[in-house]
Design a protein around this ligand. Structure first.
Ligand SMILES: [Zn+2]
Length: 240
């Protein structure tokens, strides 16, 4: 079995073909964090054949993580999450380069981590981390996809740096009401993750047009999905 054989089914998607597959193989994605959203997201990037994936996530696996963290298992309780996630992905697709860092995004590491990637998938629960990744992706001209969820709803914003509305155009400061712990069911975070992956694959390959200047909103209670037009802030310090 050859590496190329893994992807023949997706190459038949109109507009995709071997050319897009080769672009994915030559791409590096940064994913932080690798929890309920970033885990399924990294899994689908590996399945799609994104050639190099860098995971950034601090901390150890706790029992209450396991309703959503599909790269990890009961046996891994108490061990480092980034190592478990990297192992699972590497077993899943041995041809990819999977690297991992046991840290969440911070002022100290954001420049280097974003600098090593072509695309940044922001899957952090805190606005501080999301805005940091956005700022650095805009500064370094990297594609950026932000995924977020709470309870039964989720959002995805895909950004072509300097071309389309960035996260900081919409959110200037971390909102005071936001708490680290919020309701999560794994199926919702996984669904938001898959939308983010698809937008990211479109940004990388342009096999289809990503939803730029649109906030994708999913309401899984009413089972509604919509795209909300968002406007670029001409005074945004990060993307203008
Ligand atoms: Zn902006």
């Amino acid at each position: 079995m050859k590496y190329e054989d893994y992807y023949t089914w997706q190459e038949n998607i109109p507009g995709f073909g071997k050319e897009a597959q080769e672009q994915l193989k030559n791409s590096t994605a940064l994913v932080s964090r690798v929890g309920g959203l970033g885990g399924p997201l990294a899994f689908s990037l590996a399945a799609a054949g994104v050639g190099r994936i860098i995971l950034a996530h601090g901390g150890e696996l706790r029992p209450d993580d396991l309703n959503r963290q599909i790269l990890m298992t009961h046996e891994g309780l108490g061990t480092l999450r980034h190592e478990q996630a990297a192992e699972t992905l590497q077993r899943f697709n041995r041809d990819l380069r999977i690297e991992s860092v046991g840290e969440n995004i911070s002022e100290e590491n954001v420049s280097d981590l974003v600098g090593g990637a072509d695309i940044v998938f922001s899957c952090a629960p805190l606005f501080e981390e999301r805005l940091l990744m956005n700022r650095e992706a805009m500064r370094q001209g990297k594609y950026f996809v932000d995924g977020a969820m709470c309870s039964m709803e989720g959002h995805v914003l895909a950004v072509d740096p300097g071309i389309s509305t960035c996260l900081a155009c919409l959110v200037k400061e971390p909102p005071a009401y936001w708490k680290r712990r919020f309701p999560v069911i794994g199926a919702v975070s996984a669904m938001v993750a898959q939308i983010a992956v698809l937008e990211g694959l479109k940004l990388l390959t342009r096999f289809a047009e990503p939803a730029l200047d649109r906030l994708i909103h999913v309401d899984t209670l009413a089972m509604r999905m919509k795209k909300v037009r968002v406007l670029r802030d001409p005074s945004c310090p990060h993307c203008s």
